[in-house]
Design a protein around this ligand. Structure first.
Ligand code: PLP
Length: 350
């Protein structure tokens, strides 16, 4: 069956006449078209902050596309990947009727965003070794299932999902498959961005919040076919990405070597922290991780989490997630932070 993205899109979105920004037409000359403040910003700023930003983020999209080996028309910029998740729900899922499918334990925002949009969530848990149960996923698909969210490397487990499994779902599901690659730069596994030409129903999510260390600027990306990106551009708020974010994000593209150095350091620390954890007798399973965190089994995980937070080292309790009984998730910090965490955890577990 030939995949037709337009037939999947909600009718009201397909028929939408998007808001036209003043800056869509002209961005030069004496600009008295957008009710900006021509005197200037308060305080004064050389970056023309009194003027609206580029609604199409052309400069940054071109740089990011080149970095990931895709075309600018394949790149959407959002206020974090969380905005992209919300927009995909709004474009493809009719509130009250449609559903998404997730494979828990996984990132919590898919479910929250679905609930906000009054969209049903079908959960097909990962296997005990945190891999996709592809047959069960495909068997659970109904006509109302519009989006399948897969997270690789997965949060909170840290592992990458088998590529062949993701490919099978892409091939056999006549809907949108979202592969969330927030942690992809910490992994040796190549991005699915390289497979956009092969799969018209693929959306890859990425973010500057993790490997680039820019969680504070809120910039997330969706990479997909030009048709899907066009729908996202039409539905987003007109000026969603501000000038300050764009300025920093463009500088990030000039400093890719530094990003790779940070990733190397964090990955080396991840190995060292795992080795040190292995020396603590009470520590159980340390799950292999391709991300900047470790999922670790400890006795009495909830108490350990609370006591450590009260004492000034905040990790995350994940023991309430399926297949994650009595686990904590530890983000890899600086070597000094990791040492402080290890010292405290050793003390709490002895
Ligand atoms: C899997 C996954 N996707 C997306 C995000 C959110 O990214 P952003 O900061 O771009 O909204 C996170 C953040 O923890 C995450 O773990």
């Amino acid at each position: 069956m030939k995949f037709d993205v337009h037939s999947l899109v909600r009718t009201n979105i397909r028929l939408l006449t998007p808001y036209r920004c003043a800056r869509d037409d002209y961005d030069r000359g004496i600009l008295l078209d957008a009710n900006e403040n021509a005197i200037g910003s308060v305080p004064a700023d050389p970056r023309d902050l009194n003027r609206y930003p580029d609604p199409h983020q052309e400069a940054f999209r071109a740089r990011y596309a080149a970095f990931r080996g895709v075309q600018p028309a394949n790149v959407f910029c959002g206020v974090g990947s969380d905005e992209a998740i919300d927009l995909l729900l709004r474009i493809f899922c009719r509130p009250g009727d449609d559903s998404i499918l997730i494979a828990p334990p996984t990132y919590g925002m898919y479910k929250v965003s679905a609930a906000i949009n009054d969209v049903d969530v079908q959960s097909i848990p990962l296997s005990r070794d945190f891999q996709l149960r592809v047959d069960d996923i495909l068997a659970a698909v109904r006509p109302a299932t519009k989006l399948i969210f897969l997270c690789s490397p997965n949060n909170p487990t840290g592992n990458v999902l088998h590529r062949q499994d993701i490919r099978r779902i892409l091939l056999d599901f006549n809907g949108i498959v979202v592969v969330d690659e927030a942690y992809v730069d910490f992994s040796d596994e190549p991005s699915f961005a390289g497979e956009l030409d092969a799969f018209e129903n693929l959306v890859v999510l990425q973010t500057l919040s993790k490997s680039f260390g820019l969680a504070g600027i809120r910039l997330g990306l969706a990479l997909a076919s030009a048709e899907i990106i066009d729908y996202m551009m039409r539905v987003k708020a007109p000026y969603n990405i501000n000038k300050l974010t764009t300025e920093v994000a463009l500088k990030a593209m000039d400093n890719l070597d530094e990003m790779h150095r940070h990733v190397q350091l964090l990955n080396a620390e991840r190995g060292r922290v795992a080795d040190r954890l292995r020396e603590i007798p009470a520590v159980g399973r340390i799950h292999p991780s391709d991300a900047n965190f470790l999922l670790v089994e400890v006795p009495d995980a909830l108490r350990i989490y609370r006591e450590m937070a009260d004492a000034g080292v905040v990790i995350r309790y994940r023991g309430d997630q399926i297949h994650c009984e009595s686990t904590i998730r530890i983000t890899i910090g600086t070597p000094e932070e990791n040492d402080a965490m290890l010292t405290m955890l050793t003390e709490k577990l002895s």
